[in-house]
Design a binder for this molecule. Structure first.
Ligand code: ME8
Length: 668
């Protein structure tokens, strides 16, 4: 059985961001999981370099489109390299091998009688490179990008998509391989099914309004529609249409003895689950096994997108915390299939709790104690009947099923569970007390064996997600193996060598000081209130930087305890909002005039994404009245409005006060 995993090929109109990184890391993680099983796996990624989007950027910059592509394609390639992405190939759609394959596919569509020429006009979103029916636009704007659609009119070559409606519905019903749904998750399969059931129109597959594309065979002046061009990459990268189709025969043959899986974001599911199989059906080619679609990383409650400009790039976090930390965070934080909000704060909380504490600390503790007890060596006796072994076996089974079911966050959770159990086991067994009371007994050997062996298995399980950290833990445990060398037998209990050299080492993931990190970041690139990373996800409105919930020494996710005296230092008061207007040029900030008893003052708060001025006036809220004044977008703010920060989105929700409570009343 062979497996072929692909990412989307990314547009080269800008550099990559966290969203692109996520899809690529998900694909890399799945690829690595199946390689660990000893399977024959191929992994493709690349860049989508034609189309109006790229042509527009080139025109704006006064350069040739290929120059734009040549500038950005390496930024993707380099980022994947930096993140240890183990792709076998990287295809650029401007390569000759790709053009050959696209030309061959079109020849087959033509031979099937599925192409014809007709006039065409409609609303086009350049961001999506797709036409939209007017009813799907929101106030004339694209629902994904929020940018105005353009009316385009031209004579195009059409593909008879409508002819494939029934076969597509059958595909969604039965799957291309029995028992495997064609689209995952199921909610997305249902979306695709209802889209197709509503009726398919034929698809225009050439463009005359632009020049930047593959010339359409037999139609001078037309270039191939960028999606027909792009989707074909999955085959052209295997040599489709060339004189050497060996890789096609190995990874994309007819029959059930192979799995072809396309990983995509939900924005491009329709292209992959409707157009692509229809093209393949027309061309008489085998279908992929599954299209797996994940949700969006959001920033400021919107899809993170190059076109919108609200992107997070991974550079600063990686410089400070390393590649494996971000790999771990992205895979664990997003419930696969759903949307998730990206924030540096959440990253730091998870880093401290899962990596510095969960993995790093448990490892240091276990290694140091065993090393002290046995003279810098692993224990001399093994143990095959204990609680850690039972938890480890369960965790491996959960992890395995989670990866096979594309629930990557659950695979991460299984690792976390095992690490937690090892930590609890050490605490419960108190080996430090036993060694003092009883000396080095066989029981002590067994306790340390269980802790270290559990850690070894956790490290093997970590390999697909964070291969660098996995290899380092294995090295420290005296079982050096790279992620690529691991096999299923490494997951079985008992692999820890006895009496092997073992020495305490520096912390694997030093604890992060969130405040220091943000202070450093602010020094390097002075932030405005508008770009301040904390502003998007934390409480409504703070003029002063809100505390980040990562105390230096306490367990990670819990804020430090304070005394009642410290709490009473904050003067909380009921205030009435008497005027409110959005701050010009700011997405989030709202300027409010509030009355606190006799006194009136101005407070600026980051709540404009959730409330309009009209909704606020007359409302009673709770404010911190004794904050030092701070300037936000040039306006002096005197106080802070309290609001809950909703999970997932970070959207502010103001604390409600009974309207009968007079303004100025103290809150305690
Ligand atoms: O669509 N959250 O390229 P593209 C999660 N060239 N994933 C995101 C994301 C976000 N906010 N933003 C982007 C194209 N992605 C076409 C693909 S394939 C034959 C052609 C990821 O550069 C996600 O995988 O716009 C999404 O589907 C893809 O990047 C879109 O990348």
């Amino acid at each position: 059985m062979s497996r072929y995993f692909t990412t989307p090929i990314y547009y080269v109109n800008d550099r990559p961001h966290i969203g692109h990184l996520y899809t690529t890391l998900v694909t890399d993680t799945l690829t690595r999981f199946h390689r660990l099983q000893g399977e024959d796996v191929r992994f493709l990624t690349g860049t989508d370099e034609h189309g109006q989007k790229i042509e527009k950027v080139a025109k704006r910059e006064g350069v040739a489109p290929i120059d734009v592509a040549d500038r950005h394609a390496p930024t993707f390639r380099d980022l994947w390299k930096r993140f240890g992405v183990a792709n076998d190939d990287f295809i650029r759609t401007t390569e000759p091998r790709h053009r050959i394959g696209v030309t061959e596919l079109i020849r087959r569509l033509e031979a099937a009688g599925d192409l014809y020429v007709a006039g065409h006009e409609g609303w086009y979103c350049v961001g999506c490179e797709a036409f939209y029916p007017e009813k799907d636009l929101e106030g004339g704007k694209c629902p994904t990008h929020g940018t105005a659609a353009e009316w385009q009119k031209e004579e195009n070559v059409f593909f008879r998509l409508s002819k494939y409606q029934d076969r597509l519905l059958e595909l969604y019903e039965k799957g291309s391989v029995p028992g495997i749904p064609f689209v995952f998750p199921e909610t997305r399969l249902n979306e695709v099914r209802s889209f197709v059931s509503a009726g398919l129109k034929d698809l225009s597959v050439s463009r005359t309004a632009i020049e930047w594309g593959i010339p359409f065979p037999g139609h001078p002046g037309h270039v191939v529609y960028v999606w027909l061009d792009a989707l074909t990459n999955y085959l052209t990268a295997l040599g489709f249409g060339s004189s050497d189709e060996e890789l096609v025969a190995r990874y994309w043959p007819e029959g059930d003895e192979r799995r072809v899986t396309h990983l995509v974001g939900k924005d491009i599911l329709r292209f992959h689950a409707v157009f692509w199989p229809a093209f393949l059906m027309s061309a008489g080619l085998p279908l992929p096994t599954q299209v797996v679609s994940h949700g969006f990383w959001l920033k400021d409650q919107r899809k993170m997108s190059k076109s919108v400009g609200n992107v997070v790039r991974p550079d600063a976090l990686v410089d400070a915390f390393g590649v494996d930390a971000l790999r771990w965070h992205l895979i664990s934080e997003m419930s696969f299939g759903q949307d998730a909000s990206f924030s540096d704060e959440a990253f730091l909380v998870r880093y401290n709790s899962d990596l510095a504490n969960g993995l790093g600390n448990t490892l240091s503790r276990a290694v140091r104690m065993a090393s002290d007890a046995f003279g810098a060596a692993t224990p001399g006796e093994r143990c095959d009947d204990n609680d850690v072994k039972r938890v480890a076996e369960e965790a491996v089974a959960t992890w395995d099923a989670a990866f096979r079911g594309c629930r990557l966050h659950e695979a991460a959770e299984a690792i976390r569970t095992l690490l937690g159990a090892i930590d609890g086991y050490i605490t419960a067994k108190e080996p430090w007390k036993r060694v003092k009371a009883e000396g080095v007994t066989p029981a002590l050997h067994r306790i340390h064996f269980n802790a270290l062996e559990g850690l070894r298995i956790a490290a093997v399980m970590l390999a697909p997600i964070a291969p660098g950290a996995s290899a380092e833990v294995l090295r420290r445990l005296g079982t050096p193996k790279s992620a690529e060398e691991l096999r299923p037998s490494d997951l079985a209990w008992g692999g820890l060598p006895l009496g092997a050299p073992l020495a305490p080492a520096a912390p694997l993931f030093p604890r992060a000081d969130a405040k220091a990190y943000f202070a450093e970041l602010a020094k390097e690139s002075p932030v405005t209130e508008e770009t301040k990373p904390v502003a998007a996800e934390v409480p409504a409105a703070a003029p002063a930087a809100p505390a980040v919930p990562v105390p230096a020494a306490a367990p990670a996710a819990e804020p430090a305890r304070i005394s009642i005296e410290e709490f009473f230092k904050a003067d909380l008061r009921v205030a009435e909002i008497i005027a409110a207007e959005k701050v010009e040029k700011s997405k989030k900030l709202m300027k409010m005039r509030v009355r606190i008893g006799e006194e009136e003052r101005t407070i600026v708060a980051g709540i404009a994404t959730a409330y309009t001025g009209e909704q606020l006036v007359g409302r009673k809220v709770v404010v911190v009245a004794n904050l030092l004044p701070a300037k936000l977008m040039g306006i002096e703010s005197n106080g802070m409005v309290l609001a809950a920060s909703l999970p997932g989105t970070g959207e502010p929700s103001l604390l409600a006060v009974d309207p009968s409570v007079p303004s100025g009343t103290k809150v305690k």
